[in-house]
Write a protein that binds this ligand. Structure first.
Ligand code: ATP
Ligand code: MG
Length: 448
């Protein structure tokens, strides 16, 4: 070859097949669950003025200091590909006058960009689902948002991931805690990792998050937020935890959990795979699947009025890894023309089935035997077979692929039969479900 094919950009992914099905399953489940909690969908720009992120995330955060994709556009303005959703949504809340809808519950999903070292579960273009409640200062908002996250994970079939919960207190508590941390770590500064030394004065909370073995010995005895919580902040946290208990959401206290971004107040949380679980094994060291918290200070950093808000985001790729590969859905109807002359009729028949809501594929390649084999492999319930006789008589051969039964019917009749087959199939599913339910009830009776 004289010309070399350009390669994909490092840290991007081309997602296909069973992985793409898992990705779609995560997004579809999120779309369903967010409706149950009455979150409204928003679509946001992929890029913003750089200051939207620099001002709201804080200059000392990893994302702003080293991970942003920023560039000057042709007009000389500095723009940045969004590294997260929250800042853009906050900007939109202010610039569009969305205050009128407060408390505003919104959800979105899409690609984000961070200049990171690519590895398993960590990419330069990745995707998140995101949920935010803006203009709600009540702890009930935190509870509802966390209950939604918990339900989402369950409906994805993920049961070995637990909510780790902390409070960072209000502004006052957090400042006092911060000062105590600086004092504590300053005394052992020389023994800390370079990164933690650097963070000491600017962002000491982040030292608690360090995975460096040189920092670890000092983490357990570091000052705890609880000693600095104002009465109000304690009451807020208590309301969150009792709300979670009422909603049946399991949680554990994680005293050293801090979030990477400066704007968090009060509630901070991450959903993390349980130690030794299948999800922990699947994710390796990239263990947080969903994270967020309350960001009551963010709107002011963007020049808006003080506005309490809380939100979370989860990496779709990481959730998809936990969901595991998913097979593509089997098709329902196979249309098989027996010869070249039957092709147009096959197109007409396939169209009729698709318009009637059946997933349908035409199998017109290879010899007739191959066509049937492919239809079988694709999992079709029934085949519509069209040859010269059928064209002459305006009929089809309707073949039930499970039983092998075959009969001659017209097009309208065949759509009707397909409905019956589908009903039988779904009823079988419901029977199995009812059987499972009865089994579960019996087991409960036995247990009591
Ligand atoms: P980490 O500590 O793993 O870098 P983070 O604190 O930077 O995470 P957030 O900004 O809280 O992550 O983003 C929320 C979620 O988005 C993470 O829990 C993770 O599932 C996902 N995520 C973050 N960065 C990446 C990335 N580079 N590639 C894939 N997923 C990511
Ligand atoms: Mg990160």
């Amino acid at each position: 070859m004289s010309k070399k094919t350009p390669q994909a950009i490092r840290g991007t992914q081309d997602i296909f097949g069973a992985d793409a099905e898992a990705f779609a399953f995560v997004v579809e489940t999120f779309e369903r669950v967010r409706r149950l909690y009455r979150f409204r969908r928003v679509e946001m720009p992929v890029f913003e003025k750089t200051e939207v992120f620099a001002r709201s995330l804080g200059e000392t955060t990893d994302v702003v200091s080293k991970e942003m994709y920023s560039f000057d556009d042709r007009g000389g303005e500095s723009l940045t590909l969004r590294p997260e959703f929250t800042a853009g949504i906050a900007r939109a809340f202010l610039t569009n006058g969305w205050q009128q809808y407060a408390p505003l519950k919104v959800a979105t999903h899409g690609p984000l960009f961070r200049y990171e070292r690519p590895q398993k579960g960590r990419y330069r273009q990745f995707h998140q689902i995101d949920a935010e409640v803006i203009g709600a200062g009540e702890p009930q908002a935190d509870v509802e948002l966390l209950a939604m996250a918990d339900q989402l994970l369950r409906e994805l079939g993920i049961h070995d991931v637990t909510l780790h919960l902390n409070t960072l207190g209000d502004g006052e508590s957090r400042e006092a805690w911060r000062a105590a941390l600086i004092e504590y770590f300053r005394a052992v500064k020389d023994q800390l990792s370079e990164e933690s030394q650097e963070r000491l004065e600017k962002n000491p909370l982040r030292i608690l998050d360090s995975k460096d073995p040189r920092d670890k010995p000092f983490l357990a005895d570091a000052p705890k937020i609880d000693a600095f919580l104002s009465e109000e902040a304690s009451a807020f946290f208590a309301a969150v935890t009792s709300g979670l208990d009422a909603a049946g959401v399991k949680w554990v206290r994680a005293e050293s959990l801090v979030r990477g971004l400066d704007y968090y107040r009060h509630t901070a949380f991450e959903f993390i795979p349980d130690e030794g679980s299948a999800s922990a094994a699947a994710l390796g060291s990239q263990s947080t699947v969903l994270g967020g918290g309350r960001y009551d200070g963010l709107m002011e950093s963007l020049g808006g009025a003080p506005t309490p808000a809380v939100g979370w985001a989860a990496g779709i790729e990481r959730l998809a890894m936990l969901v595991g590969q998913r097979p593509e859905e089997p098709i329902e109807i196979a249309v098989i023309p027996m010869n070249e002359g039957a092709l147009l009729k096959a197109i007409e028949v396939a169209q009729e089935f698709r318009l009637s809501g059946f997933s349908t594929e035409i199998f017109a390649r290879g010899n007739v035997k191959k066509r049937f084999n492919r239809a079988d492999q694709a999992g079709a319930m029934a085949a519509m077979i069209i040859g010269d006789d059928e064209i002459a008589s305006g009929t089809l051969q309707f073949k039930n692929l499970a039983t092998g039964e075959q009969s001659t019917v017209d097009l309208a009749g065949s759509v009707e039969r397909a409905w019956e087959l589908r009903l039988d199939r779904d009823a079988g599913g419901i029977d199995t479900m009812l059987g499972d339910l009865e089994g579960a009830v019996d087991a409960l009776d036995d247990a009591n």
